[in-house]
Design a protein around this ligand. Sequence first.
Ligand SMILES: Nc1ncnc2c1ncn2[C@@H]1O[C@H](COP(=O)(O)OP(=O)(O)OP(=O)(O)O)[C@@H](O)[C@H]1O
Length: 241
Amino acid sequence: MSAVVTLERVTRRYGELTALDDVTLSFPRGRFVAVMGPSGSGKSTLLNCAAALDPPTSGSVAIGGVDVTRLSEARRTELRGKHVGFVFQSYNLLPVLSVEDNITLPLRLAGVRPDRAWLAELVDRVGIGDRLRHRPAELSGGQRQRAAIVRALAARPDVVFADEPTGALDLRTASAVLDLLRDLVEDLGQTVVMVTHDPVAASRAHDTLVMADGRVVDVLASPRPEELAVRLTRLAMEPAA
Ligand SMILES: Nc1ncnc2c1ncn2[C@@H]1O[C@H](COP(=O)(O)OP(=O)(O)OP(=O)(O)O)[C@@H](O)[C@H]1O
């Protein structure tokens, strides 16, 4: 399995605090990987480093074979625009733009011509074809997240990072969005890395990384939600090293 994103001995410190502690891992192409762990264990820091948003204090990160730790801020921004997609808990859609303009905005900012056939396929797949001319406020939470998923995939990125993508959704809508993400991985070979606090959400991924104190302490293949819940409860009860 080829790796889309590779972290080699990545450490991220904030002053005295080590948020990410010598992490080496890779995200294989076409996998859906969940990242779990207690609050403060380093999940967001891992995501930010792996997505070239935040440079590590030491170690290296490669996306699509390019060592992003050696790039200038401007080149990292350019690389993200073309190779990395993002999905957030709060959707991050611009309220004044139509859904369609929201979807194509990152492409236009990155100077990439939208591939209309690809966008039509994505829109059709996620089922928001009749909502493109609406403003985000006129959509349900689930529809907004579907629009945000189309936006994330529009540039055919190497990898999509999703930070609590179902955190603001009710159970049924969340389940449908997770099905959609899993289908995009299975059918299109997309790579998705998802941070979540929800063991049920994580159980829909192929693999789950469990973090504690800035390290990856477990990699579980297709874990059951109960198994994850027990593991996380134990970690939350363990005193920090
Ligand atoms: N910009 C920052 N400045 C200083 N400390 C930070 C910064 N970002 C994160 N930290 C610290 O780094 C550690 C890891 O934070 P991180 O946000 O990665 O954890 P997390 O697992 O995502 O937590 P949560 O589940 O609560 O979002 C925490 O102790 C946090 O306080």
